[in-house]
Design a protein around this ligand. Structure first.
Ligand code: S3P
Length: 164
C-alpha cells in the first residue's frame, strides 16, 4: 500500500480513498469490503451472528493481506484502535493519514445508517464516548492528521497529495 486512511465512522475514509486512488492512478481497497467478500456476509450479519470478536479476527487477517497489495487502503473505524492492528500498521511503514471530523459532523453522517452495527447498537452519547476514547489511539497511529469538517473530498485529496 502507498497510503492508509484511518478515522472514526463517517470521517470520509472510503470517499477520500477512492478519489485519491483515482487521481494517483492506483488501486483502492476498502478493508470492510474485503472482509465482506472473504466472509460472504455483511458486516452487520457478522456482528450479529458471530460477534465483534470474530469480526476483529477477520479484520486483522484481512489487514495483513491488504498491506501486501499496492494502492490506497481505507480502514474501518475500529481498525487502528486494536493494539495488534496498530502494530501491523507501524511495522508496514506505509504513511497513515487520519481523517478527523467533529462530533456534530460525525453524527450527521452516521446516525440511522443500518449498515454500521455500532451505530445500530449505541445511542448518541455512547457513540460519542467511543469516538472520544478512540481519538488518542487514532492520533498515535497517524503520520498526518486532517481536520475535514470544512474541506471537500477534493480538498482533502489535494492536501494528502501535497504531503505524500
Ligand atoms: C467499525 C467501523 C466500520 C466497520 C465495523 C466496525 C468500528 O467501518 O469496520 O462496523 O469499530 O468503528 P467504517 O468506519 O467504514 O464505518
Amino acid at each position: 500500500m502507498q497510503a492508509i486512511l484511518i478515522g472514526f465512522m463517517g470521517s470520509g475514509k472510503t470517499t477520500v480513498g477512492q478519489l485519491l486512488a483515482a487521481q494517483t492512478g492506483t488501486a483502492h481497497a476498502d478493508l470492510d469490503d474485503l472482509i465482506v467478500s472473504s466472509a460472504g456476509q455483511a458486516i452487520t450479519t457478522i456482528f450479529a451472528e458471530k460477534g465483534e470478536g470474530y469480526f476483529r479476527q477477520l479484520e486483522q487477517q484481512t489487514l495483513r493481506a491488504a498491506l501486501q497489495q499496492p494502492g490506497i487502503l481505507s480502514t474501518g473505524g475500529g481498525t487502528p484502535t486494536i493494539a495488534a492492528n496498530a502494530a501491523i500498521l507501524t511495522a508496514s511503514a506505509v504513511p497513515v493519514i487520519l481523517l478527523d471530523a467533529s462530533d456534530e459532523t460525525t453524527l450527521q453522517r452516521v446516525m440511522g445508517d443500518a449498515n454500521r452495527p455500532l451505530v445500530n447498537n449505541l445511542d448518541t452519547g455512547a457513540l460519542l464516548s467511543l469516538k472520544h476514547r478512540r481519538e488518542p489511539l487514532y492520533e498515535a497511529a497517524a503520520d498526518l492528521v486532517i481536520s475535514t469538517d470544512t474541506l471537500t473530498p477534493q480538498q482533502i485529496v489535494t492536501t494528502i497529495q501535497d504531503w505524500l
